[in-house]
Each structure stands twice: as structure tokens, then as C-alpha cells.
Design a protein around this ligand. Structure first.
Ligand SMILES: [Zn+2]
Length: 81
């Protein structure tokens, strides 16, 4: 089922709340590996919980299109992306 969570913001567009797709929400708890999706831009992440903390969302890496300056004379083509 899809639920809304407000303890994390989308790192791309800042949307809050975001959606989490979970098997079963129990009193606001979610499951390790539940997929989090930003309803605005579609950015995805995973819910992580270690049984100790309340859990957190690990968002996917942002695609940093502007992270490489083409004027810089560096060999960035070997980046494994
Ligand atoms: Zn977003």
C-alpha cells in the first residue's frame, strides 16, 4: 500500500510529504527496503531500518548533470556511471 511520510524531504525538489510503498504499515513503522518515491519528480529511495533507530530514507544518488565542468582538463570519462 502507498502511504505518505513526512520525516524526509525529496533531495531533488524538496517535496514533503513523499510516498512510501510498503507491504504493511504498523503504527507508522515501515519495512527495510520499502520503496520511497517523490510524487513530484519521481525520485526514488529506500527505507532503511536497523531495529534500533526509527529508520530513515536513503535516497538514490542524484544525477548531478552539472557536476563536471567541461572546461576542466580532467579525465572524467572513466567514471563508472
Ligand atoms: Zn522530488
Amino acid at each position: 500500500m502507498k502511504k505518505e511520510i513526512d520525516f524526509t524531504d525529496c533531495p531533488v525538489c524538496g517535496c514533503n510529504p513523499v510516498e512510501i510503498d510498503t507491504l504493511e504499515a504498523r503504527d507508522g513503522y515501515f519495512w527495510d527496503g520499502d520503496i520511497v518515491t517523490c510524487p513530484e519528480c519521481g525520485h526514488k529511495g529506500n527505507f532503511n531500518c536497523d531495529g534500533v533507530s526509527e529508520g530513515y530514507v536513503e535516497w538514490d544518488e542524484e544525477e548531478e548533470i552539472d557536476s563536471f565542468d567541461p572546461d576542466l582538463d580532467t579525465d572524467w570519462t572513466d567514471f563508472d556511471e
